[in-house]
Write a protein of this length. Structure first.
Length: 81
């Protein structure tokens, strides 16, 4: 199943989180792009963040963000073959 635009926006929101600390969350303001606001609401509905405008990652959200950020790092690393 390929990624659709909604999934891509959710991954973008997950990539905003600093995984080095659990004391730092995000706040998506009402002036943010509508697709980011919607993606954040969907992450809240899925139980990945604590507030509908961001907040903190839940344990499941932390796992998802970690995987998302790892995948992005892998894809952005140039091949050494």
């Amino acid at each position: 199943m390929p990624y659709n635009e909604e999934i891509m926006q959710e991954l973008n929101v997950l990539n905003m989180f600093n995984l080095d600390t659990t004391q730092e969350g995000i706040k998506v303001h009402s002036s943010a792009k509508p697709e980011i606001i919607s993606a954040t609401q969907r992450l809240f509905d899925k139980g990945l963040v604590t507030q509908n405008d961001g907040g903190y990652l839940t344990p499941l959200g932390h796992d998802a963000a970690e995987n998302s950020q790892t995948l992005l790092t892998i894809l952005l690393t140039e091949s050494r073959l």
